[in-house]
Design a protein. Structure first.
Length: 488
C-alpha cells in the first residue's frame, strides 16, 4: 500500500482494478498512473483500457440484461440494500482512497461516502415503486402504461465527486432493471472500482472501465446496443457527447457546469450568509458545479458581510486531506490551479481588490490560498466562467431587480442561492431565478430525496429523488380491447 495513505483494512480498494463481467480486465499494455494531488505521488497504476474493452463491457451488459430486468423488483432492491450496507460499513476504507486520489479533506470524503450511500438506499427503496397506469381510454378499450428498463446504460462521471456521481447514476439504473458500464474520470477511478467491488450484482450487470476517455466515450455514445447515456462533467464535453449520441438517438441525461450566483440581500442574517457562502463556495476547495461562482451583495450589507466572510476564510486550515484536520485541499491538476491564478490575476487587472488570500499556498504545488476579493464586475473572466477553485468574488448591487438581472445573465442554469429574511422576497426571488435549483438561506441544495439538475446549458434530466429513476425507464402503452357490457 502507498506509504502516505493511513492503514486500511481493505487495502484492495487502493489497488483497484477495472471490472468487466465481474472480473478484473487487462488492457493492451499501456498504463495509467493515479496521482495524489496533494503530494504528486503515484498511488496506483492501472491498465489503460480503450474501445475494445468498452465493446466487451457492452457485450457483457447485453448478456446480463435479460435476467436482471426480469428479476422481481424486491430482489434488485435487496441487492442494492446489501450494497448500501457494505458502503456504510466500509466508510473509512472508501473515504481514504477518495481523499488520496481527489484531494478533498478526509472529513469531506467521509461526508461524500455517506451522500453516495444515500443514493443507493434511496433507489433500493424506489425500485419497488415503479408504478404503471391504467387509463379509461374508451368504452371498449383501456390503455395501460408499463414502465420498463431502458436497457444498457453508458455512464461517464467526473473527478470532483468520485463516489456520489457514480451511485447517483448507477443505483437508479440498476434499480430500474438496467445494466450499466461506467467510465469514471481517469483522475479518480479508484473509488469507482472499490464501489463496484462491493456492489454484489451478477457478472455483467455493472462494469467499470477507464483509460482512453475519447475511445471509451465513442463506444458508450455510439454503440447501437446502448440505449441510454448519462454524463456529469463540463458543458463543452457534455455537448460533444450529446452530439455523438445523436446517430443512434440515445436517451441522454446531462449534468453540466454551472455559474451559480449567490445573492446576499440587506435583510440577510450575516452569520447565515457567511455560513451559506462557506458551504456553497468552499466545499471541495471550490470544485463543485453548484459552488457559488458570483457572490452578489447589496450595498447596505456589503462591507460588514465582506469583513465577516474574509475573517472566516482566513481561518481555514489548508493542507493534505489525509493529514490532520484540514478544511481546504489542493486543486485537482496544474491546469485547474492555473485557471484559479488566471482568474485572480485578471480580476485584479480589472480593478478587484483582494481582502484575504491571493497567493500560492506552501502546502504543495497545487494548493492555493482561499481568497476573497471585492469590486468584481462582469468584465472579469470569473463572472463568465466557473473558477472551480477557492476564490469568492463579491459583486455590488443596489436593487432586487438589478440582482436578478445580474444573476440570470448567464447561459448556465444549475444552482442559485439567495439570503434574505423577507418572505415575500423569498418567493419573488426563488421564482424569478432561472436555475434548476435554488437554495434560500442555505448553501446546500442537494440530497438524495430532491431532484438535482439544471436548465439552459447546465443539462438535461434530473438525478436523485423519485424523478431520478424515471431517467432509466421507458413508458410502454398497451391498449386492451374489451367488451364493456356486463353480461346478463
Ligand atoms: P472536468 O472539467 O470536470 O474534468 P470533463 O468534462 O473534462 O470535466 O470530464 C468529465 C468526464 O468526461 C471525465 O470522466 C472525462 O474523462 C470525460 N471526458 C472528457 N473528454 C471526453 C471525451 N472526449 N470523450 C469521452 N469522455 C470524455
Amino acid at each position: 500500500m502507498t506509504k502516505s495513505v493511513p492503514f486500511m483494512s481493505r487495502p484492495e480498494f487502493l489497488a483497484g482494478s477495472p471490472l468487466v463481467n465481474g472480473q478484473p480486465i487487462a488492457g493492451p499494455g499501456a498504463t495509467l498512473p493515479i496521482l495524489n494531488p496533494a503530494t504528486g505521488e503515484t498511488i496506483a497504476t492501472l491498465p489503460l483500457l480503450g474501445a475494445r474493452e468498452a465493446e466487451l463491457a457492452i457485450a457483457s451488459n447485453g448478456a446480463a440484461l435479460g435476467a436482471w430486468r426480469t428479476r422481481a423488483a424486491a430482489e434488485r432492491a435487496g441487492i442494492l440494500q446489501s450494497w448500501h450496507a457494505l458502503v456504510a460499513q466500509n466508510r473509512e476504507d472508501l473515504a481514504l482512497p477518495l481523499t488520496a486520489e481527489q484531494g478533498k479533506p478526509l472529513a469531506e470524503a467521509r461526508g461524500e461516502i455517506d451522500y453516495a450511500a444515500s443514493f443507493i438506499q434511496w433507489f433500493a427503496e424506489e425500485a419497488r415503486r415503479v408504478y404503471g397506469e391504467i387509463i379509461p381510454a374508451a368504452a371498449d378499450r383501456r390503455s395501460m402504461v408499463l414502465k420498463q428498463p431502458v436497457g444498457i446504460v453508458g455512464a461517464i462521471t467526473p473527478w470532483n465527486f468520485p463516489a456520489a456521481m457514480i451511485t447517483r447514476k448507477v443505483a437508479p439504473a440498476l434499480a430500474a432493471g438496467c445494466t450499466a458500464t461506467l467510465k469514471p474520470s481517469e483522475l479518480t477511478p479508484l473509488t469507482a472500482f472499490a464501489l463496484a467491488l462491493e456492489a454484489g450484482v451478477p457478472p455483467g450487470v455493472f462494469n467499470v472501465i477507464a483509460g482512453d476517455a475519447p475511445a471509451i466515450g465513442s463506444v458508450l455514445t455510439g454503440h447501437p446496443d446502448v440505449a441510454k447515456f448519462t454524463f456529469t462533467g463540463s458543458t463543452a464535453v457534455g455537448k460533444y457527447l450529446t452530439a455523438q449520441c445523436a446517430s443512434t438517438l440515445k436517451r441522454v441525461s446531462m449534468e453540466l457546469g454551472g455559474n451559480a450566483p449567490l445573492i446576499v440581500f440587506d435583510d440577510a442574517d450575516i452569520d447565515q450568509a457567511v455560513a451559506g457562502v462557506i458551504a456553497s463556495k468552499f466545499r471541495n476547495t471550490g470544485q463543485t458545479c453548484v459552488c457559488a461562482n458570483r457572490i452578489l451583495v447589496q450595498d447596505g450589507i456589503h462591507d460588514r458581510f465582506a469583513e465577516a466572510l474574509a475573517a472566516r476564510v482566513a481561518e481555514f486550515r489548508v493542507g493534505n486531506g489525509l493529514e490532520g484536520d484540514t478544511d481546504q485541499g489542493p486543486l485537482i491538476t496544474p491546469a485547474a490551479y492555473q485557471k484559479v491564478r488566471d482568474h485572480v490575476d485578471d480580476a485584479v487587472r480589472h480593478g478587484a481588490r483582494i481582502i484575504t488570500g491571493d497567493q500560492h499556498h506552501d502546502a504543495g504545488e497545487l494548493f492555493h490560498q482561499p481568497t476573497v476579493l471585492v469590486g468584481a464586475t462582469e468584465a472579469m473572466q470569473l463572472a463568465g466562467e466557473e473558477t472551480f477553485g477557492p476564490v469568492a468574488p463579491l459583486f455590488h448591487f443596489k436593487s432586487e431587480a438589478e440582482a436578478l438581472a445580474l444573476a440570470n445573465r448567464t447561459r448556465s442554469g444549475l444552482a442559485a442561492y439567495a439570503l434574505t429574511s423577507d418572505m415575500d422576497r423569498f418567493w419573488r426571488v426563488a421564482e424569478a431565478l432561472e436555475f434548476g435549483m435554488v437554495g434560500v438561506n442555505t448553501g446546500i441544495v442537494s440530497n438524495e430525496t430532491a431532484p438535482f439538475g439544471g436548465i439552459k446549458e447546465s443539462g438535461l434530466g434530473r438525478e436523485g429523488s423519485r424523478h431520478g429513476i424515471a431517467e432509466f425507464l421507458e413508458l410502454k402503452t398497451i391498449s386492451l380491447g374489451l367488451s364493456g357490457q356486463v353480461q346478463a
